[in-house]
Design a protein around this ligand. Structure first.
Ligand code: G3P
Length: 217
């Protein structure tokens, strides 16, 4: 499973990239707002830092507007993935932009039918939003499983990018189902390494080691 980081905070991205765990980055208009930065400046900085795909989202709602914005965003760097919403206009824009050889991430996917359309439109990535389905008492993970089944039935190359991830459990369950990628908020990514028994075990080993009076170096 590839790990993308779901943030436009360059300091966080740099820190996590140094751990060697970041295969890409996703942003959206809300994350750009949170960063307080200019979209092109911050996206360029992220693209310089990360070798993998960096999603930048269009805000036009008609296909021609999305295509124009998508082309503009794609000029920032070769690793830009243009994010378009899962609407008919977004699917049309996806078809045009992928035909030009650009990566496209079709976002705001909330149903298997929508994901089927994204694959048929040639999307590089589809982003089902797990947490937001859970928020309304639907099963976000069930959607990931349905999309996995459909894409495998037809060998669609579109990668499933599990998004709106809120917990370690979301990451683990998405991995068990076979999502290709999880885009993870930095605070959740950090928690993946946490376990109380690891902390307890390490403390015991170190206490015993001190008793030996030895040093390795
Ligand atoms: O990748 C999409 C993600 O940023 C949405 O997450 O927590 O706002 O539903 P959330």
């Amino acid at each position: 499973m590839k790990f993308f980081v779901d943030t436009a905070d360059v300091d966080m991205i740099r820190e996590l990239a140094e751990l060697g765990m970041v295969d890409g980055v996703t942003t959206n208009p809300s994350l750009i707002r949170k960063s307080g930065r200019d979209i092109k400046t911050v996206t360029r900085e992220i693209c310089d830092m990360i070798d993998g795909p960096v999603s930048a989202e269009v805000v036009a709602t008609d296909a021609d507007g999305m295509i124009a914005e998508g082309r503009h965003l794609a000029e920032i760097a070769p690793n830009i993935a243009i994010k378009v919403p899962l609407t008919w206009a977004g699917l049309k824009a996806c078809r045009v932009l992928t035909a030009e050889g650009k990566m496209v991430n079709v976002t705001l996917c909330f149903s298997a039918a929508q994901a089927l359309l994204a694959a048929k439109a040639g999307a590089t990535f589809v982003s089902p939003f797990i947490g937001r389905l859970d928020d309304i008492n639907l099963d976000g993970m069930e959607l990931i499983a349905e999309i996995r089944e459909i894409y495998d039935n037809y060998d669609f190359p579109t990668e499933i990018l599990a998004a709106s991830i809120r917990s370690v459990n979301h990451v683990v369950t998405a991995a068990r189902i076979g999502a290709d990628i999880a885009t993870i908020p930095p605070q959740v990514l950090r928690k993946l390494a946490d376990h109380p028994l690891t902390d307890k075990g390490l403390a015991a080993f170190l206490a015993d080691w001190r008793e030996t009076g030895q040093s390795i170096l």
